[in-house]
Design a protein around this ligand. Structure first.
Ligand code: AHR
Length: 661
């Protein structure tokens, strides 16, 4: 009897709480009469770093690894057969190595070499690939045969493309031809045979798809660049990340080595060879084929402000405890000059030293650089001491350039608390914050920027991503929490001027870090749910913040807010009010969205409704199923000044209202 009464009580309480949860209507109020801060055109952006084979082997469309034989093991990536020797007095001063192919004699079958590409070479049936090589002969003309082969069928007669090339110049000369594969191969190889008895020298052996992004010869992989463009990014931060700092100062990213003819850009070791011992990539180098000129062009072509990051003279502090690893403050001269020269390279007229080089590379018009970051993820007094002379020199020479300093690797803590006031003292324009943090952090940080100083430097959330606890791969729930957190960035548009998710790209066969925004193999790519979150924000960023409250407070996932996050913006160009709501809870949420401040002649009508959700919180998009979780687009009707909506559990919705006056 007692037991039954107890059960009845539980059921009753359960029903009561069910009723109260479901009956609770969250009152969201949008203040249409208080058009708020301007949303910066730099929101939302991209951060590109050559990590996870994002550049060589990724966005940079070169298909040949170690094309100039400059890896420390000169034949890394190559198989050689017959009589092949390495020489080092080639035509390109900074890449002096090349190979000599000679007749192997009657006993041996053939001479040649074969390149494995980056995890294989991906080619598509019927598409065109431009093979090029610098070559010369000692005396008489000679011949090479160039083939694309499927790694799984190594027989010559099964080559998917094959062409002969006559080399007849005694001087070094660039030769090229087009290969058209008869089959699609994802892990092919390039093979070159010597087809005559006369020796040939070969240097800078290269293979690019003809169909690159915007058709550039030293171009970018089209699908990957298109994905960047489709975000409509406001800013492009490059080239890193830790690679800016280098494993040591010698391997820091040196922008001056990354410009000029590609054949003469010296190789640099990639700092991401070393990160995780269990995923060690001894062949990870930077060809600099995707260099600063190409980054500026890319920024221009995708409509983003370029934002280069330069070394401040500190080698990666995670890897170098010893102060002798860094440049002493008194010796920073050449590093500071690099920064000044870069600004001249980007903005100087064609008569300046560096502007002339830019012009000769094909871009006489300035790139109109507005931002520069000094130091990536540095910390401590050693950073502040080094940043100061950079700030002084840049301010003096280029007072209109915005300087970005950093707040260290943490989202809070001692370094962060030390660096922010220091950045204010140095009067940098923006402070770069990095946060790779777990679910509970993202859930608790919706109000992060509400209390930031409005008079100090602005925020550049330069690297961030939600890293799932025990689930450090891209999956729906972490992306949803990124969307939730970003409502706080949007609401605080007066403080947060830039934000870039990180990292951007990862090759499925060669990653060092995850989650990442876009994954790819040699032929395919997939946009993660985090990509779609970034894209939805960027494409619906509006022009001004519109205050939006729940019980007179910002809707930021506070404990009494049922796991709801929300923000709203006004778009003066399209005459829309755009409302973003993220329900991070396991319960559906009833919302009464109201516009009490609409004036007499002002009306709203329905428009676009976008929903991003998944039945599976661990769900993800994959190369084989790239559209598993994508935004769904529909329309909604609206009249009056109240909209009752039901937001499903774990769902991100965007309502775009049309505004009429
Ligand atoms: O984005 C990956 C790395 O994270 C970056 O190189 C570095 O800045 C941060 O530690």
């Amino acid at each position: 009897m007692k037991k039954n009464l107890f059960l009845a009580l539980i059921i009753c309480c359960g029903i009561t709480s069910f009723i109260s949860t479901n009956a609770q209507i969250n009152q969201f109020v949008i203040q249409t009469n208080k058009i708020g801060s301007e949303i910066q055109p730099t929101m939302y952006g991209l951060f590109f770093e050559d990590i996870n084979y994002a550049a060589d082997g990724g966005l940079y469309a070169e298909l040949i690894k170690n094309r100039s034989f400059e890896f420390p093991d000169n034949f890394m990536g190559w198989k050689i057969f017959g009589k092949v020797s390495l020489k080092y007095d080639g035509p390109f001063e900074k890449n002096p190595h090349y190979v000599r192919l000679e007749y192997p004699g009657h006993d041996h079958k053939r001479t040649g070499l074969q390149n494995e590409g980056y995890f294989g070479i991906g080619v598509e049936q019927g598409k065109e690939y431009r093979f090029s090589v610098w070559a010369r002969v000692a005396n008489d003309a000679s011949k090479i045969r160039i083939q694309l082969i499927d790694e799984s069928s190594m027989k010559e007669q099964q080559a998917v493309a094959s062409q002969d090339l006559i080399i007849d110049s005694k001087e070094w000369k660039k030769y090229q031809l087009i290969l058209k594969p008869s089959e699609t191969v994802s892990k092919g190889q390039l093979r070159i045979f010597l087809e005559s008895k006369n020796p040939i020298d070969l240097e800078h052996i290269s293979l690019f798809p003809v169909d690159t992004w915007k058709g550039h010869e030293n171009g970018l992989r089209k699908d990957l660049a298109q994905a960047l463009y489709d975000i409509h990014p406001g800013v492009l931060r490059f080239p890193g990340g830790c690679i800016v700092e280098g494993t040591d100062l010698n391997t820091r990213y040196n922008w001056k080595n990354s410009i000029g003819p590609v054949e003469n850009r010296p190789l640099n070791e990639n700092r991401w060879q070393y990160t995780f011992p269990h995923r060690f990539f001894p062949d990870y180098f930077q060809s600099y084929g995707l260099g600063f000129y190409e980054y500026f062009i890319l920024a221009e072509e995708i409509g983003a402000e370029p934002l280069p990051v330069l070394s401040c003279g500190l080698a990666c502090q995670f890897q170098n405890n010893d102060s002798s690893a860094h440049v002493p403050v008194c010796d920073l001269g050449s590093y500071i000059q690099d920064a000044l020269d870069l600004i001249e390279f980007a903005n100087g007229d064609v008569h300046t030293k560096w502007g002339k080089i830019r012009s000769e590379m094909g871009h006489p018009q300035p790139f109109n650089l507005k931002f520069i970051a000094v130091g990536n993820e540095q910390w401590g007094k050693e950073y502040v001491d080094r940043l100061q002379p950079f700030v002084e020199a840049i301010r003096k020479a280029y007072p209109n350039i915005n300087i970005i300093g950093g707040s260290g690797p943490g989202s809070e803590g001692d370094q962060f608390d030390y660096l922010w006031p220091q950045m204010k003292k140095l009067k940098v324009d923006l402070v770069d914050e990095h946060f790779y943090r777990p679910e509970n952090w993202f859930l608790s940080q919706g109000a992060r920027y509400d209390s930031y100083d409005r008079k100090g430097p602005k925020v550049f959330a330069g690297e961030y991503a939600c890293h799932g606890t025990g689930k450090k791969w891209n999956h729906f729930y972490t992306s949803l929490l990124e969307a939730a957190f970003m409502t706080g960035m949007e609401r605080n548009a007066d403080v947060v001027h830039m934000a870039t998710y990180a990292p951007l790209f990862a090759h499925v066969d060669g990653w060092q870090w995850r989650p990442d925004m876009i994954w790819f193999d040699n032929l395919r790519s997939v946009k993660t749910v985090s990509y779609y979150v970034q894209q939805l924000y960027s494409q619906h960023k509006g022009t001004n913040v519109l205050p939006m409250t729940m019980n007179n407070k910002p809707i930021c996932g506070a404990p009494d807010q049922n796991g709801l996050f929300a923000s709203s913006v006004w778009d003066k160009n399209t005459n829309e009010i755009i409302v973003k709501i993220v329900n991070t809870s396991s319960q559906p949420q009833q919302i009464d969205l109201s516009f009490p401040a609409l004036k007499k002649k002002e009306t709203l009508s329905g428009g676009k409704l976008i929903t991003l959700s998944s039945d599976n919180l661990d769900g993800e998009n994959t190369l084989d199923n790239p559209l598993a979780i994508v935004p769904k687009y529909s329309e909604f009707d609206f009249a009056g000044n109240h909209l009752n909506i039901n937001v499903n559990p774990y769902t991100f919705v965007i309502y775009s209202f049309k505004f009429h006056k």
